[in-house]
Design a protein around this ligand. Structure first.
Ligand code: BG6
Ligand code: MG
Length: 214
């Protein structure tokens, strides 16, 4: 049967997770709200407005809708500055091999990123054409850990969840894949990504350890 691999972007294909962290930390510091690595772990995969709400809540801060919009805009401006100049050298090890394996084995390739900046990052990395379908984060009401964005890609492919492998670095993302009923490959630390079916430290090994046994 037809199979598909559905990738997360930030932290799986390239290390933009670190840039999101830097931009959020800068915003939190400007508000005098502490922001550490643990907060960062929780915010991985979480959408822009939901992440901002988490930070404001941590600082027990309430702001007007106008200020909310301006804070989100500031974070995104800082993030976009950080990703200017992103290029194919920023691809994580093993990603191009994974794409090559998937193509030669006839799998469909999808992207399920919560980021509105995903098209720009794909273009900078020069991998836009590797994808058969890219979910539009702005058109999916329920963000990760809800399964919706992964189900959107499966639907676009006309596939059932059991024909799809999801690849994620975030706890919220792994939950989304498992809630969708898909096989979840985690990239990172097995002690953190406890819900994943398998965890690899980097995308290297995806063809041998995940795709070829699926
Ligand atoms: C996810 C990142 O991919 O996208 C999160 O893991 C980020 O850190 C989210 O908040 C939304 O991204 P953006 O670019 O739309 O603000
Ligand atoms: Mg991610």
């Amino acid at each position: 049967a037809q199979k598909a691999c559905i990738f997360d972007l930030d932290g799986v294909i390239t290390d933009t997770a670190h840039y999101h962290f830097l931009a959020w930390r800068r915003l939190a510091q400007s508000l005098n709200i502490p922001f550490d690595e643990e907060d960062n772990h929780r915010l991985k995969g979480v959408g822009r407005m939901e992440s901002l709400a988490y930070i404001l809540d941590k600082g027990a801060r309430t702001v007007s809708d106008d200020e909310l919009a301006s804070l989100a805009h500031q974070k995104n401006k800082d993030y976009q500055d950080l990703i200017t100049g992103i290029s194919p050298t920023d691809l994580l090890p093993g990603i191009l091999d994974a794409f090559a394996w998937l193509k030669s084995h006839g799998w469909l390739v999808g992207l399920a990123s919560a980021s509105r900046n995903a098209p720009q990052v794909l273009a900078g990395l020069k991998i836009t054409e590797q994808f058969d379908y890219v979910a539009d984060a702005g058109a999916i009401p329920n963000g990760k850990p809800a399964p919706d964005i992964f189900l959107d890609v499966a639907k676009a492919f006309g596939l059932s969840a059991s024909q799809c492998v999801g690849v994620e670095d975030a706890v919220a993302g792994i939950t989304a894949i498992k809630s969708a009923g898909m096989y979840a490959a985690g990239i990172g630390d097995a002690a953190v990504l406890t819900e994943a079916d398998i965890v690899l430290p980097t995308p290297e090994g995806l063809p041998e350890q995940v795709f070829s046994i699926f």
